[in-house]
Design a protein around this ligand. Structure first.
Ligand SMILES: NC(=O)c1ccc[n+]([C@@H]2O[C@H](COP(=O)([O-])OP(=O)(O)OC[C@H]3O[C@@H](n4cnc5c(N)ncnc54)[C@H](O)[C@@H]3O)[C@@H](O)[C@H]2O)c1
Length: 349
């Protein structure tokens, strides 16, 4: 298949691009190259004749029409988004424009292209979203997000993603656009931009800096290795039921404090300090406003219908991730100079 992947220079999008190419698909990577992008993430496939890069903004409808007409993709995997919750608290405007208006433009450009192609039944618009649209869960481990959990977004980021999900469903119902949707939990892994929790902890630890934990560290997330996620996304694209959404989780719930302690233990093993443990650098800081207490995915549908389960535990995935950061300083060092990276954001509310 020839896939149009938006946001393919970002963290998850680039994992999708690399995996799709390794499985024989062609890829058109459409990305505006915002502060969060890094073309190094796809350097391993950039010279392949089945790969093309288009620098374009999903807010620019004319550019999208030109790209659809030029490349004639068989399917769209839409990942381009503003993705950092803390930045959405300080500046929600970009999130509204890219995540909502940008998704609207993608849907309209895809619909126009699909119509001119004679509405091929095999065409897919795969919208990649987040479990944060469902809001916050109580501590009870029996309660998890299913695909039928009512939407209850609580941050500007999750509200913008929820709006985009609604648009995608509306385009399927109203215009018959063949869509599939996925809502995943927190990803981690190689090429994770160094403003997110896992890379911040690894890189601060190595630099001898405090390891910031928001609030008391009791917030629970369901950690999903990015390469497992990319695998699930390609499976849903190829085998997912038309119009259906699938929740994708890591089956690895951990509190933020547990996660950080695990990272410290891995670092103590792989790059021991002269004295003491990296855990000595843990520092509790002011909580994020409206910080959701718990996210957890009920993976029943994707497991039962598509036979998918994550391949690694969070301990295995984190060990691979830490080793990758130890081996790839040339990738992360320059990114630390980008605007806002290394600063505490999202405390304005
Ligand atoms: N990272 C997670 O844990 C997570 C969890 C659930 C869902 N998601 C969703 O997965 C998708 C990818 O997330 P990520 O973590 O890889 O994000 P990311 O911030 O690493 O990458 C986003 C990419 O989109 C591009 N982009 C942003 N605005 C654009 C625009 N207007 N036009 C074109 N390109 C634009 C950026 O340049 C960047 O390359 C997003 O839709 C996000 O909401 C992420």
């Amino acid at each position: 298949m020839k896939l149009l992947v938006t946001g393919g220079a970002g963290f998850i999008g680039s994992a999708v691009v690399r995996l799709a190419m390794s499985r024989g698909h062609g890829v058109i990577n459409l990305d505006a190259l915002t502060y969060a992008a890094c073309l190094e993430n796809v350097a391993s496939v950039a010279d392949d004749p089945r790969y093309a890069f288009e620098q374009a903004d999903i807010r620019d409808r004319a550019a999208l029409d030109r790209i659809f007409a030029a490349h004639k993709p068989d399917a769209v995997m839409h990942l381009a988004a503003e993705s950092h919750v803390d930045r959405s608290i300080d500046g929600p405007g970009d999130f509204i424009e890219t995540n909502i208006t940008g998704t609207y433009n993608m849907l309209e450009a895809a619909r126009a292209y699909w119509t001119t192609q004679g509405k091929p039944a095999g065409f897919r618009f795969h919208h990649i979203s987040t479990d944060e649209v469902f809001g916050s869960l109580p501590a009870d481990p029996a309660v998890k997000f299913t695909e039928d959990t009512p939407y209850d977004p609580r941050s500007p980021y999750s509200a913008s993603k929820a709006a985009s999900d609604h648009l995608v469903r509306a385009w399927a119902e109203t215009y018959g656009l063949p869509v599939v949707l996925t809502n995943c939990s927190n990803n981690y892994g190689p090429f994770h931009f160094p403003e997110k929790l896992v890379p911040v902890i690894i890189l601060n630890a190595l630099a001898g800096k405090p390891l910031p934990i928001y609030g008391d560290g009791s917030n629970i997330r369901d950690w999903l290795f990015v390469e497992d996620h990319a695998d699930a996304l390609l499976l849903v694209l190829e085998k997912g039921a038309l119009g259906c959404s699938y929740n994708i989780g890591g089956e690895n719930e951990r509190t933020n404090l547990e996660l950080v302690r695990t990272l410290c233990a891995i670092l103590d093993d792989l790059r021991p300090k002269a004295a003491g443990s990296y855990a000595d650098q843990i520092t509790f800081v002011t909580d994020r406003p409206g910080h959701d207490a718990r996210y957890a995915i009920d993976p029943s549908r994707i497991r039962a219908e598509l036979g998918w389960r994550p391949s690694v535990t969070v301990e295995e995935g984190l060990r691979r991730t830490v080793q990758w950061y130890l081996d790839n300083e040339a990738w992360w060092r320059p990114l630390q100079e980008r605007h806002g990276v290394g600063q505490r954001l999202g405390t304005k509310a």
